[in-house]
Design a protein around this ligand. Structure first.
Ligand SMILES: C[S@@+](CC[C@H](N)C(=O)[O-])C[C@H]1O[C@@H](n2cnc3c(N)ncnc32)[C@H](O)[C@@H]1O
Length: 274
């Protein structure tokens, strides 16, 4: 059992390092995620782990704890509809706005194991005829190095590959490996640049993006953190830019920076662009 003091220590650490806010009912989650971290360091239980955090906290340990507490669930074409709308609504908007430069920058801001940015790459290839001669840059970032490392490889188990991905796309965009897993073909892998990045930090170094995917991550933050991220996302978008959240998420936007995109639930553009 985790004591109240230990819960406070761990949840404050997590909030500070990742923005993830743990509610009081998450004692079990902390225990199940952090016990393996403790055991891998020959510590018997969470109390000993907390003692180590208090007395000799190494950066490596704090990173390991933070990464262990992230939820990395993802799938190709997650929720399907946003990707259909990316192709039917957002790409045509961008083709119009960026007709002169023919350059599009897209950010997958909590990319987990890579299914989201690779799905974006597949959508671009599926629409290749409409965007011949265009130049695309997809930047995919996540707080957790362990998922970014997996994403870079572009290798997925049979289960992960088939989840959400139509069989004809699996065959078109992946190579099957001898151990029954699947690897994305170089054409799609080379479209995506992966990096670690913390949404709690400044994004200026990443530049601006025409489209930002920030899906299924804001749910882990409290409203104050969500509002700060909304403000930073607004600064990372040009006037024609579009921000896309998860299907069940809504924007926390106390200063009314954004308006919803008609006919695309979960997508927003800057109010100043109206
Ligand atoms: C549930 S996954 C969502 C993956 C993908 N966007 C999707 O919708 O399928 C949430 C991801 O957010 C990442 N994450 C959590 N806190 C973060 C932070 N402060 N900065 C960047 N990424 C964060 C986690 O590591 C995890 O991989």
């Amino acid at each position: 059992m985790i004591s109240d003091d230990e819960f406070r220590l761990l949840s404050e650490l997590l909030k500070k390092r990742s923005g993830i806010a743990l509610t009081e009912d998450k004692h079990y989650l902390l225990e199940s995620r952090l016990l393996p971290v403790a055991r891998s360091r020959q510590l018997n239980d969470i109390s000993h782990l907390c003692q180590t955090i208090r007395t000799k906290p190494t950066e490596e340990l704090l990173v390991e704890i933070t990464e262990a507490m992230t939820t990395n669930e993802s799938s190709f074409f997650r929720d399907i509809k946003p990707y259909e709308q990316l192709r039917s609504i957002v790409f045509p908007m961008m083709i119009n706005s960026l007709a002169t430069s023919k350059r599009m920058r897209i950010w997958s801001a909590a990319c987990s194991t890579g299914q989201e940015p690779y799905t974006i790459g597949i959508c671009i290839r599926e629409d290749a005829a409409k965007m011949a001669g265009w130049n695309f840059e997809i930047i995919a970032t996540d707080l957790a190095k362990k998922v970014v490392d997996k994403a870079k490889l572009g290798i997925y188990s049979q289960f992960e590959a088939q989840r959400g991905l139509p069989i004809q796309m699996l065959i078109k965009y992946f190579n099957s490996l001898p151990d029954t897993s699947w690897q994305l073909k170089d054409d799609i892998r080379n479209m995506v640049q992966f990096k670690t990045n913390n949404l709690m930090d400044d994004y200026k170094a990443l530049g601006t993006f025409d489209i930002i995917f920030c899906r299924n991550v804001l749910i882990y933050f409290d409203d104050a953190t969500k509002a700060k991220i909304t403000e930073k996302m607004a600064k990372a978008l040009p006037p024609h830019g579009v921000l896309i959240l998860g299907a069940t998420e809504s924007l926390v936007d106390p200063t009314n920076l954004f308006v919803s995109l008609p006919e695309f639930r979960g997508a927003y553009k800057l109010k100043s662009a109206q």
